[in-house]
Design a protein around this ligand. Sequence first.
Ligand code: FMN
Length: 191
Amino acid sequence: MKTLLPAIEARRARRALSPEPIARDEVQALVAAAHFAPSCNNNQPWRIVIVDETKTLAEVKEALSSGNYWAKEAPIILAVASRRDLDCTLSDARDYFLFGCGMAVGNLMAQATSMGLVAHPIAGYKPDAVKEILGIPEGYVLIALVIVGRPGNADKLSDKHREIELGPRTRRPLEDVVAWNRFSFRDPSSA
Ligand SMILES: Cc1cc2nc3c(=O)[nH]c(=O)nc-3n(C[C@H](O)[C@H](O)[C@H](O)COP(=O)(O)O)c2cc1C
């Protein structure tokens, strides 16, 4: 049986990056993978700004949270933005724009892993500052920055991050999050 699972397991939120440049055709493969993601009604709600110009990259890096110091090594940062009305907005709070963008980033990460690259999404940045730097209009949500680079040396990481980088994968038991036939999960708030 051919299976993608080993490749999916191989992806990690790696923080040890090399500043080595990423070629344009490599970036194009990443965004092509993102753009083949499914979306509600094929709305394709993702808007991806590729940041590789030295000055702009430095400005975006200034807007990162301090815990994302490691991302300052990255040769490329992708900004993923969208707006609620660019995708289906259905009953029961089903606003699909975040879901669509998540799937696009999922594809992008799988492609990056297959190319031996790191693509690590982060939420730790000042969204208003990055939106201003990149000219992202009002009304858009800057959903994530995806830090892209080649794997680097873990020596530069904090002790905590080095331990995570070199340690095993951590996940809850599958039965905490997957059930057969009936929603039988404990409510985390009453645990
Ligand atoms: C939406 C989102 C936001 C994240 N934000 C950050 C972040 O700001 N800084 C960081 O170092 N990692 C960030 N991560 C990475 C997660 O911490 C990481 O995926 C998680 O700990 C599981 O590790 P794994 O991806 O290696 O399995 C983020 C991941 C996602 C999906």
